[in-house]
Design a protein. Structure first.
Length: 69
């Protein structure tokens, strides 16, 4: 249910807000990978979660672009 709510929230945002969300998620993924490489990351499952969120955001972006055509 939490995932569905996240996707619904993304769909209500504008294209620029979704793109900003994508940039923030990619920065978070970079930071998580950096922490993992330096053995500072406690919750390694967060990397997988952020990667899936990035995929969800990209899917919403593609849906928005198809809807605007």
């Amino acid at each position: 249910m939490k995932i569905n709510k996240y996707v619904e929230d993304l769909k209500t945002k504008s294209a620029t807000e979704v793109n900003n969300e994508l940039v923030a998620a990619k920065k978070e993924l970079f930071n998580l990978r950096f922490q993992n490489a330096t053995n500072q990351l406690d919750n390694t499952s967060r990397i997988k979660e952020v990667r899936k969120n990035i995929a969800r955001i990209q899917t919403v972006i593609s849906e928005l672009s198809k809807a605007s055509k």
